[in-house]
Design a protein around this ligand. Sequence first.
Ligand code: BGC
Length: 761
Amino acid sequence: MDISKVISEMTLEEKAGLCSGADFWHTKAVERLGVSDIMVSDGPHGLRKQDQSADHLGVNESIKAVGFPAASATACSFDRELVRREGEALGGECQHEGVAVLLGPAVNIKRSPLCGRNFEYFSEDPYLAGEMATGWINGVQSRNVGTSIKHFACNNQEHRRNTSDSVVDERTLREIYLTAFETAVKESQPWTVMCSYNQLNGVQVSENRRLLTEILRDEWGFEGFVVSDWGAVRDRVKGVEAGLDLEMPSSNGVNDKAIVEAVKSGALSEEVLDQTVARILRIVEKFVENRQPDTAWDQEADHRLSAQIASESAVLLKNSGILPLKKEQKVVFLGEFADKPRFQGGGSSHINCFRTESALEAAAADSLAVTFAQGYTTQSETPDEAMIAEAVEAAKAADAAVIFAGLPDSFESEGYDRDHMRMPENQNALIAAVAAVQPNTVVVLHHGSPMEMPWADDVAAILDMYLGGQAVGRAEVDLLWGAVNPSGRLAETIPFQCEDNPSSLYYGGEGDRTEYREGIFVGYRYYDKKKAAVRYPFGYGLSYTTFEYSDLSVDQTQLEAGGELKVCVKVTNTGAVAGKEVVQLYVRNPIRGDVIRPVRELRAFDKVELAPGETKEVCFTLSNRAFSYYNAQIGDWYAPSGEYAVEIGRSSREIVLEQSVSLHNARRLPVRYDDNTLVGDLMKDEKAAQVCQPLFAQYQQSSQLSGGDSETANEAISQEMVEKMFAYMPLRQLLSFGGGAFTREMLDQMIAKLNEIAEQE
Ligand code: BGC
């Protein structure tokens, strides 16, 4: 299709019409010019294709499909290749069904455990979220189906999500909330980006030119179209100007008309509208011209893939040695979730699964002698003494009890937030009662977001599945009996209680104003800096084998900013069974410096499979970004000179090897001197120090400032102390404390000279 020709032949009404949906899930066709419509569907953990009665909250039926583990689970795999395979399978399903764009991945950062939609998001860490999103997008798009990375940006709460204003400073925005989008756009060029419902710093995101054009397109090079979240449009004309291309769903003609009128009145240039139309047409064409309608959809195969992904994502949080279970042990399964697992979240990502596989079914299929007692119901939170008594008796009679617990559907969903992070009381009571009589009590968790675990110290093992998809039961049995060795690592910190979380003082905001006052200190960036105790740290997870690290090496210990650092480390499986280890590389930031920074940040990771006794070397290349923070003054990433360390950790809290690296950055940040400039700041700059040296010497003489080495001075004050105090003196105080030796002219001349030099640099 010759897109410019098509646009030149379109009427103004046709152009405006193309900028909004024909209905809930389709774009408009322009038949007379050969422009087809395309269909989009949710996403992201399966295909929610709705043929009839459409809705954006997962209320009405969609076609039978395959439910994959939610992103909160798959992020724990730390496995780019695994999510790429999930994406490939989903892309194939879309081709089979004629769906052009799958609405995902969702990469918002988990600011608080309370966000109702956390189950759909990857992580509290932007690097991890970006890497997982990239893998998934590359997978889907390899089948010539588009994606829609969402929700751009700062939609980190469900509470008042349509109107709330996320108030975020520039550095926090760049370092925490935009990075995952940036990575995915640069590394995988999603066909579309979905703008979020909320406002950002006072501007509705669907009208935010800075976000949708300047950052997304001009800075990051995004080539596709921006689609609104369903109903996110407020002022459509402002939206077109800002770079919002497609409004979904349709506004029933109201906004199309507004666009036509704006062009006619000259309020909106037709050229801008043409660009919008061109962006939409390019994606329509991309899908239509490369359709693969013969693509088969083997749902059973995707069910098996879903089970594999769930098993590779599960996190073993605790194991006293009871796991893996042995075939000859008498095991009782307790809890409703053993029979009817919770494996997905509510809302637009809800899949109408063609089948589900519970742990009870999977155990039966494997001919394991497992008994069952329900123990609790998800219909109530009140402990049922009869159910608990039955479970306790069954637990006593068994060699081990496995309790399937977690959050019922109503506890977390798209559309609203939680107001606490506790599990239902009947489940806590069941676990406590069973653990009191059965030392081999294992808890298997189903949930989308952190929970308090008051019983964690009393049970023998904890296996965390998050929301493991429709085949979660198969994965659970494989993990519990050791057919699969757990290899997931937490993609978020599990605090003891919600109040420990850094956002807890401000989360939800006041009315529509939500200030992100904790700034960059989100997740482990906060807990590590505070040295605060947590239930389980970011990156943590156990295995049925053990791994040892050795030979950490870097290709240079004196690094020039802008250069690359190559890091290698060896990892050995020192146990008796095969397993996978997630090698995590953190960069520890300089302890002292002018910038407040987290203690350490995840900058690279890899997952390796090792047979017993096997050693592999894992190498990473760190770019300048790995040492940088976002400097809002220069509007760029900046790596300050200083002593950094490359750390290899089993989690953010257990660093096993480290190597220091000294970084030198010749690029100076712009400075402007005035009479409030501190002496100490001047002395950091060699050239400035030279200019001031004579004046400072004169000052020290005339003010008779000296330490304990002088006869008249106070013995307790050393020269070093005097210098430290002098460093905090602003230049203007030369006039006050210089014993009359200085004039305003002398000061002004010196400042002028300093600024002259600073400008030359
Ligand atoms: C959600 C999106 C979803 C859209 C369409 C919205 O409510 O926020 O994630 O893709 O509906 O269902």
